[in-house]
Design a protein around this ligand. Structure first.
Ligand SMILES: [Zn+2]
Length: 342
């Protein structure tokens, strides 16, 4: 997989998504970074050319620590890249065509710094004329926190590397302890989302998500629901029906259309409460299967069912292929065939 990180100033890549870059690199993904400015205003006492060289060298050191394979410096004027959206988009286009990224990371649009806010319009303008397939666009937070997010990465295992990369921007950390700020932000994210000691969060640029209330997207649990949505889309063919066990919330339902989402228990298309016992649960499962339900998903909020309804669990595990099993979702393929154990 190819990943592109669009960076307003050297150090934003390490602070905003350094942990996630490490995880991509460890999975064998190619990560490239484009620096819109070279941050000359972060070294006001130096002449521009010299400031560029210092900051670019620091960015190269950080990139080596994080596992970034290629760096491009566009050298637009610090604080004023937003005045030249079209020119910056033109400069970004050849990188897009060369890298053909499946995911693009950029600074989010509500950041207090104008260069950060300029990233999204530049990337969108560059994508428009690029002719490459639309990538997933994920916005990272630097020092202005995201008010809502859709995706979270647990970066606990790579946090020491991330901090080393932040500190590689020595000229900046000398003036302000960005490393301390990043550690505090990532610990805060991990703690409130109960997702490891350190986490980075991202807002997805996806118009389908505009239908989700902002307050819901601000909930630290929301990313778990959205992760299930993505699993359902991956696993269930577009015109199929599936059972979603999530204590009736059915939030994923509208985001996975045209797939038909059936609550469990179900009566006349609506949620009908929890089953009294295993027998009822198995009977209902068989009935829904005969009505066309091809899959059964247990959302993270209902994973306790698999301990509580052990008869249902044994029934599913002995007959059907378990297609997903992690701490967020368990899913079975009910369509046919003998059971295959994972
Ligand atoms: Zn910045």
């Amino acid at each position: 997989m190819n990943v592109l990180v669009v960076v307003p100033h050297p150090d934003d890549e390490s602070i905003g998504c350094g942990g996630t870059i490490c995880l991509h690199a460890a999975r064998g993904d190619r990560v490239a970074a484009v620096f819109l400015t070279s941050g000359e205003l972060g070294l006001r006492k130096l002449p521009q050319e010299k400031a560029w060289r210092v900051r670019e060298r620091e960015a190269e050191k950080a990139a080596e620590i994080l596992g970034i394979a290629s760096l491009t410096f566009l050298r637009f004027p610090d604080r004023h890249v937003g005045d030249q959206i079209e020119k910056a988009a033109e400069a970004l286009s050849p990188v897009l065509r060369q890298e053909k990224p499946e995911s693009i990371y950029l600074a989010h649009e509500r950041d207090r710094h104008r260069d950060h806010r300029a990233c999204a319009p530049i990337v969108h303008a560059a994508l428009e004329g690029s002719g490459i397939p639309a990538p997933k666009v994920l916005a990272y937070e630097v020092l202005t926190l995201l008010s809502e997010y859709d995706h979270l990465e647990d970066i606990t295992t790579v946090m020491p590397r991330k901090l080393k990369a932040v500190r590689a921007h020595r000229s900046q950390v000398r003036q302000f302890r960005y490393d301390r700020a990043a550690r505090a932000i990532n610990e805060y994210r991990g703690t409130i989302a109960e997702a490891g000691r350190y986490a980075e969060v991202f807002r997805l640029d996806d118009c389908q998500l505009d239908t989700v209330a902002q307050a819901r997207r601000a909930d630290p649990d929301w990313y778990r629901i959205y992760r299930i949505v993505q699993e359902i889309i991956k696993v269930v063919p577009a015109n199929d029906a599936f059972i979603l066990v999530d204590d009736g919330s059915q939030e994923a339902s509208s985001l996975v259309a045209p797939r038909r989402c059936i609550p469990f228990l179900e009566k006349d298309g609506s949620y009908w409460g929890r089953p009294a016992d295993d027998r009822t649960a198995i009977q209902e499962l068989n009935r829904l299967r005969s009505c066309g339900a091809g899959f059964m998903f247990f959302a993270w909020s209902a994973l306790w069912w698999l301990d509580h309804y052990s008869g249902l669990r044994n029934h599913l595990e002995s007959r059907y292929h378990c297609v997903r099993r992690d701490d967020n979702v368990v899913a079975f393929d009910l369509r046919a065939g003998p059971a295959t154990k994972l």
